[in-house]
Design a protein around this ligand. Structure first.
Ligand SMILES: [Zn+2]
Length: 354
């Protein structure tokens, strides 16, 4: 079996939220360039694959028809704001967003059909903030929620994990699966009080989904040490007990200390370690079945390196990224420890955690 599919097309450059907007095509160019460069260095254990365009019925797995039509209408009329803040569509955004959904579906299909062991969907616009009827936080259609729903409906899976490592809480994804046990949503993110206003420890799921929603809201400038502690002491044991049949990762790369949008103060080496853990968990739990979907990540100096480091881990190849973690303030470290302890206290009602 081939190792890693990287679903990508220059079509994704055509969504343009405007001059100076952080969610620019440049992000993806940096990733594609870094991957090409690394391929020249002999890293050939992965392969670019072209996306297909999603059908409307795929998008309707998560979004209301009226909302999909609204996005199409805004784009047809020349583009504009899709929410009250900063989610902007350009004339081609509707089509590109359909390719983002389609690219993510392609990644999942390639893995389900065992054509590749795992896949990374290098798509934009991102998705995890988008709700059933709403654009939010640069996101138009919720790519990862759509493919999770697709796995449940088409392949009758009963346990799909969405691990959200974007620096922001994936409010749209949490909402989509809040009342089901068939999708376990686990998110590590920065303090969500400013944005998006959800993602607190006590959001633990409802009805059938009670206990299947895990939020770890870390303080600003948390740094590698506390982040990895949360992964090891909360995320890992919960995932091992859930025994997912498929692992989806909302791969937000905006936790890096140079990111202009978020502030978790992580290093690129931290992402390498996180991906090593994810790849190992996938091998252990579900024969390696893993799809990463690009979300945020706005540091033009590092986004290419972090994505390449992640893909290297997924494809079992070597990629060296030289990056040192910044110093973390003692007070922040203590706050982070407190968050981890509080999360454990709440989640102990549902999972065996020490
Ligand atoms: Zn983000």
């Amino acid at each position: 079996m081939n190792r890693t599919a990287v679903v990508f097309s220059p079509k994704y450059y055509r969504h343009n939220p405007g001059r100076g907007h952080p969610e620019s095509a440049k992000r993806l160019r940096r990733i594609a360039n870094e991957l090409e460069k690394s391929k020249l260095r002999g890293v050939e254990n992965w392969q670019f694959v072209k996306p297909e365009k999603a059908r409307l019925e795929d998008v309707e797995l998560v979004h209301g028809t009226e909302y999909i039509q609204l996005v199409e209408a805004v784009c047809k009329s020349g583009g504009g704001l899709l929410d009250l803040e900063d989610t902007v569509a350009s004339p081609e955004s509707f089509e590109v967003a359909l390719y983002a959904v389609g690219g993510t579906l392609k990644a999942v299909n390639l893995v389900i059909e065992k054509k590749f062991r795992n896949a990374f969907a290098l798509v934009r616009p991102p998705g995890h903030h988008a709700g059933k009827y709403s654009a939010c936080g640069f996101c138009i259609f919720n790519n990862i929620a759509i493919v999770a729903e697709y796995l449940l409906k088409k392949f009758k899976l009963k346990r799909v994990l969405i691990l959200d490592i974007d620096a922001h809480h994936g409010n749209g994804t949490q909402e989509a699966f809040y009342e089901t046990s068939k999708v376990l949503y686990v998110s590590l993110h920065q303090d969500p009080r400013g944005f998006p206003g959800t993602g607190f420890i006590d959001e633990i799921g409802g009805s059938e989904g009670l206990g299947y929603n895990v939020n770890v809201p870390l303080p600003f400038r948390t740094g590698d040490q506390t982040y990895l502690k949360a992964i090891n002491e909360v995320v890992k044991p919960v995932i091992r007990q859930y025994k997912p049949q498929f692992i989806l990762v909302s791969a937000g790369l905006d936790g890096h200390y140079t990111d202009p949008v978020a502030s978790l103060s992580l290093s690129a080496s931290c992402y390498q370690e996180v991906y090593e853990t994810i790849v190992n968990l996938a091998s252990e739990m579900c024969e390696g079945k893993l799809v990463s979907v690009l979300e945020g990540g706005y540091s033009l100096n590092f986004v290419g390196k972090i994505a390449t480091a992640a893909i290297a881990k997924m494809s079992g190849t070597f990629y060296n990224v030289d990056d040192k973690a910044p110093a973390i303030r003692e007070r922040v470290r203590e706050q982070g420890e407190k968050v981890i302890e509080e999360t454990k206290k709440v989640q102990k009602a549902f999972w065996n955690i020490n």
